[in-house]
Design a protein around this ligand. Structure first.
Ligand code: RIB
Length: 300
């Protein structure tokens, strides 16, 4: 199983707070953790831990965060051949998690904002060996569009996780993706439709199907995930857990879905496995620190 992840990496700076500060207020937080993150890197690390060979195309800066990110890819069995050093700061993500496990994230893209269509083209030979291309939106949209076009040219299915939500995303240029995997907020922004009920979510997915996307998988947190395609929709319910940190749960889902789908070509069973994997991840702190290996092993 070989999967290309063309996307971001960040260093996550996570503060566990009693509450969010008001404007102009300083508050004390009881706990802090730092770890490797970024939606692209998180999804790549999950895929690798679950047994896929990952071709990672990304950019780091020229600071100490770059060194730890490169080391982290290597430690997770991901080649850094296409992870380019850039004369910029590395991506960082200050994150705040409250006692109800809700998170707020600020991303500073740094080098991620400089990943270009040429970088994708330079990795063409290795991407051509892959069975799936996985994309998110923490890199420039033109680079995302170039990767979708390359996938079509090479006849490789493409999965796009439209996160974080971007109003500038041009549906016409991503209509050829095989899988679009938004959460409810991203679905609302993409379609301009309400997503309060399951019925609303289903109607919103129809807009995307009508635009030409073959499969829309909406992640719904503790409600599970809705898979919509031309011939109908299926709700696949989630395993219920007590969450302590939901940061990176969407990435856990996508990394697991990518690996499971490439292995089985069965969307429903891949969603079932991903619901379970993501649910387990929210019972642990952090992003990559919450992702298990296929044998159940956890990071120390
Ligand atoms: O999806 C979670 C990720 O979003 C974090 O790791 C953070 O880096 C941001 O990219």
């Amino acid at each position: 199983m070989t999967i290309a992840v063309i996307g971001s990496n960040m260093v996550d700076l996570i503060s566990y707070t009693h509450r969010m500060p008001a404007e102009g207020e300083t508050i004390e937080a009881p706990d802090f953790r730092m770890g490797c993150g970024g939606k692209g890197a998180n999804q790549a690390v999950v895929a690798s831990r679950l047994g896929a060979e990952v071709v990672m195309v990304s950019r780091v800066g020229n600071d100490i965060f770059a060194d730890s990110t490169l080391q982290n890819f290597e430690d997770n069995g991901i080649s850094t051949k296409h992870v380019l050093r850039t004369d910029a700061t590395s991506g960082v993500a200050p994150i705040f998690v409250d006692p109800d496990s809700r998170n707020s994230i600020i991303i500073v893209k740094g080098a991620n904002a400089l990943l270009t269509p040429d970088d994708v083209e330079r990795a063409r030979e290795d991407i051509a060996r892959c069975e799936l291309i996985v994309l998110q939106l923490e890199i420039p949209l033109e680079t995302v569009y170039a990767a979708v076009a390359l996938g079509n040219e090479l006849n490789i299915p493409v999965l796009l996780n439209p996160a974080p939500a971007s109003p500038a995303l041009d549906l016409d240029r991503i209509r050829d993706v095989s899988f679009l995997v938004p959460n409810e907020t991203e679905l609302e922004l993409l379609t301009g439709m309400p997503v309060a009920s399951l019925d609303d979510v289903t109607k919103a997915t129809q807009v995307l199907l009508a635009a030409g996307i073959s499969n829309v998988v909406v992640t719904l947190g503790e409600r599970g995930a809705l898979w919509a395609r031309a011939d109908g929709e299926t709700l696949i319910e989630a395993t219920q857990v007590r969450p302590i940190d939901t940061t990176g749960a969407g990435d856990a889902f996508i990394g697991c879905f990518s690996t499971s789908w490439v292995g089985s070509r069965d969307v429903e069973s891949a969603i079932r496995a991903s619901n379970e994997y993501a649910a387990a991840s929210v019972t642990r702190h952090g992003t990559q620190t919450s992702y298990a290996w296929a044998d159940g092993r956890l990071p120390e």
